[in-house]
Design a protein around this ligand. Structure first.
Ligand code: NAD
Ligand code: UDP
Ligand code: UDP
Length: 317
């Protein structure tokens, strides 16, 4: 019989966090959702607040947190470049001080802790696809460094807490993920393109659109996270989590235009600094250790995401 657990999700009202909270509740767990609402709307989890097994706490993880839990998913951190570059010092504090606090909590509670790391630890990679053994190619002081180096430092902190305090850690390197509950204005490419296409506004491609990304649908990603948390203490990661199907940004724009029947034009804008040219996960480890492989194709996932943003636009007009 399933034993009900109390699970802490930091960043729980965010895009990924809100899906994770729902999945954990559906599996008969109690969920404590902690968020400072910096890059998400409370609306993402508002319907859950009537559930007696769900608790929502407004809190910034750069401050200590004393709660009781059986497992921690540490997702708190702005993920979109415009959000994490808005207050880069706060982004670093969230990654470093926030992670330290959550590790201190995991140490006291003797519980497992998952860290939402990122493909950004590989920077602008010289290896494609990226394997976990690759150390990356990161500009330590560019405009992305608050996030990239923050997340790299967090990985180091997680391994240090394991070595020094035997904390049970799970580090997932998440690649570009998309789906319902993304913030419509958070600036990431999938949400931007869909919002623009649905409103017949110009699609903004940064650079010439030849840079690549590999897009994972949110349900696949959450499944991977939950499987990872269920592994034994010797499975620490880092493990790449993402969909290995790689597309250019121009290909993505064309897909979104076709699926929305949009009359939008394409507007080519300057490429921001340090924008990675290619990105694709090698997911051999996830397949072996978690028996996981993504199931939702980009076309299927885009259709579901377009439905979500259509509803959002219609509900606000
Ligand atoms: P998101 O911005 O939607 O969610 C992050 C949440 O964390 C937001 O609700 C935000 O308000 C909250 N938050 C930020 N700083 C906080 C703080 N100091 N204290 C408490 N809450 C705080 O982003 P997301 O896409 O859901 O990303 C979740 C996690 O996954 C992040 O750690 C991100 O770095 C990581 N990640 C996501 C992707 C992706 O493609 N979605 C890729 C790689 C890594
Ligand atoms: N911490 C927390 N909740 C806890 C336990 C610790 O927020 O339940 C914080 C604590 O404030 C500290 C950090 O986690 O700043 C690191 O804790 P640790 O025990 O590793 O460090 P120490 O307290 O010995 O400096
Ligand atoms: N991008 C774009 N137009 C947009 C938003 C993003 O061309 O409106 C590009 C961006 O320059 C990058 C890619 O799409 O090359 C993915 O951007 P996103 O911010 O979603 O994620 P990340 O760069 O962190 O992978």
């Amino acid at each position: 019989m399933h034993q009900r657990k109390r699970v802490l999700v930091t960043g729980g009202s965010g895009f990924l966090g809100s899906h994770l909270c729902r999945r954990l509740l559906a599996e008969n767990n109690d969920v404590i959702c902690v968020d400072n609402f910096f890059s998400s709307a409370r609306e993402n989890v508002l319907d859950l607040t009537v559930n007696p097994h769900f608790e929502l706490i407004r809190h910034d993880i750069t401050q200590p947190l004393y709660v009781e839990a059986d497992a921690i998913y540490n997702l708190a951190c702005p993920a979109s470049p415009i959000h994490y570059q808005y207050d880069p010092v706060q982004t670093i504090k969230t990654c470093v001080i926030g992670s330290t606090n959550m590790l201190g909590l995991a140490k006291r509670l003797k519980c497992k802790i998952f860290q939402a790391s990122t493909s950004e630890v590989y920077g602008d990679p010289e290896q494609n696809p990226q394997q976990e053994s690759y150390w990356g190619h990161v500009n330590p002081n560019g405009i992305r460094s608050c996030y990239d180096e923050g997340k790299r430092c967090a990985e180091s902190l997680f391994f240090s807490y394991r070595r020094e305090n035997r904390v049970s850690i799970k580090i997932g390197r998440i690649f570009n993920t998309y789906g319902p509950n993304m913030h419509p204005k958070d600036g990431r490419v999938v949400s931007n393109f869909i919002m623009q296409a649905l409103q017949n506004e110009p699609i903004t491609i940064y650079g010439d659109g030849s840079q690549t990304r590999s897009f994972c649908y949110v349900d696949d990603l959450i499944d991977c996270m939950v499987r990872f948390m269920d592994t034994d203490d010797n499975v620490t990661g880092p493990i790449n989590m993402g969909n290995p199907s790689e597309f250019t940004i121009l290909e993505l724009a064309k897909k979104v235009l076709a699926l929305t029947n949009s009359t939008s034009t394409i507007n080519f804008l300057p490429l921001p600094g340090d924008d990675p040219k290619q990105r694709r996960p090698d997911i051999t480890l996830a397949k072996q250790l978690l028996q996981w492989t993504p199931k939702v194709s980009l076309d299927e996932g885009l259709v579901k995401t377009i439905e979500y943003f259509s509803r959002l636009i219609n509900s606000t007009v």
